[in-house]
Write a protein that binds this ligand. Structure first.
Ligand code: ATP
Ligand code: MG
Length: 329
């Protein structure tokens, strides 16, 4: 072991061709003169991680990386947070305050959830991108900065443009260098590589010696659609480290919603009861359905085999046999 948790902060794990290509692109973009980079990706796909990597691989690495979540700061405060203000610019502005953009001079500014920026701020940002100058709130004279903006969004920004909520010119400006982060279920067996990576991480953090996943667990991980992507996988594994004592990760450690979803064909299920019909051959579909009812019975019985067997009208032995056949042990 001997690895600090900090080592796990900025490593892009995975060997899927889409991830290899992304790694190259990060390197290229980092060393390019591009002043804006746009990162697209669903929730939990690693947008924050990639933004940090771009900064760290660039000549700006020794300077600040300022991380701003545009959705987390109220619109009324965001302008002065970003651009700073002069003394007396508004009630309560008793002193000049430098904004985050100025603090990141020669470094990078990460604008997470960029589509939350309101139209006046989009205008101010665009003008800064065009001129490398901006005015602090209440200032007469412009200030010059050299900053790279890395923006991220989890929705297709173009629909915001169509809806009139995002400036078209800013959109095209950001679009010049855009990176797409694939969803976890599109990365093949990187799911397992990432799982192993997090198992190593949490073994060190929680002083455990979990050796890995049972083959049935791996199978479920490969088939699940992971709506929360890498973050969902990581959180799920951490929860198992906290709650379970076994030294290998078994299907019964997984939340019932994942077992049910995989049983129903891997599509994340709507809450309770509305399972879509399983796809595939008759045998596959039947097995998927069996897996579903067995998993539900086990869940309802809180893992007690005898109770679950009684509920299903099976002997304990027959239930055991079914569980092995269905990969639920
Ligand atoms: N390829 C990867 N290798 C290692 N860790 C990863 C990878 N992708 C994501 N992670 C980790 O998964 C977690 C979620 O990633 P991150 O916060 O960057 O996602 P995000 O796209 O910014 O999500 P959100 O849209 O919810 O903000 C983080 O702990 C991150 O370090
Ligand atoms: Mg994020």
């Amino acid at each position: 072991m001997g690895r600090g948790v900090a080592d796990y902060k900025s490593k892009l794990v995975g060997t899927h061709p889409s991830i290899e290509a992304l790694r190259k692109l990060i390197e290229r973009v980092a060393n390019s003169p591009a002043r804006t980079v746009l990162i697209y990706g669903e929730t939990g796909t690693g947008k924050g991680l990639v933004a940090r990597m771009i900064h760290q691989a660039s000549a700006r690495a020794a300077r600040e990386f300022v991380d701003i979540n545009c959705a987390a700061i109220p619109a009324s405060l965001l302008e002065s947070e970003l651009f700073g203000h002069e003394r007396g610019a508004f009630t309560g502005a008793v002193e000049r305050k430098l904004g985050l953009i100025e603090a990141a001079n020669n470094g990078s500014v990460f604008l997470d959830e960029i589509r939350e920026l309101d139209l006046p701020l989009q205008t101010k940002l665009l003008s800064l991108l065009d001129t490398q100058q901006f005015r602090r709130v209440g200032a007469v004279k412009p200030t010059t900065v050299d900053v790279r903006f890395i923006a991220a969004t989890n929705k297709v920004l173009l629909s915001e443009v169509t809806a009139g909520k995002f400036r078209e010119d800013l959109y095209y400006r950001l679009q010049v260098v855009a990176l797409n982060l694939p969803a976890l279920h599109e990365r093949g067996d990187d799911v397992l590589t990432l799982a192993h990576y997090f198992i190593t991480k949490y073994n060190a953090m929680y002083k455990r010696a979990i050796s890995g996943m049972a083959p049935e667990t791996e199978d479920i991980f490969m088939r699940y659609r992971w709506p929360g992507n890498v973050r969902e996988l990581e959180n799920l594994l951490e929860r198992i480290f906290i709650l379970e004592e076994d030294d290998v990760i078994l299907p019964r450690h997984l939340p019932a919603r994942i077992l049910r979803s995989v049983a129903a064909g891997g599509v994340p299920l709507a809450p309770e009861g509305s399972a879509p019909a399983p796809e595939g051959s008759f045998r596959e579909a039947t097995e998927a359905f069996q897996r579903l009812i067995v998993a539900q019975a086990l869940e309802a019985a809180e893992g007690n085999l005898q109770t679950a067997a009684t509920r299903l009208g099976l002997s304990r032995h027959a239930l055991r046999h079914q569980m092995i056949k269905l990969g639920l042990t």
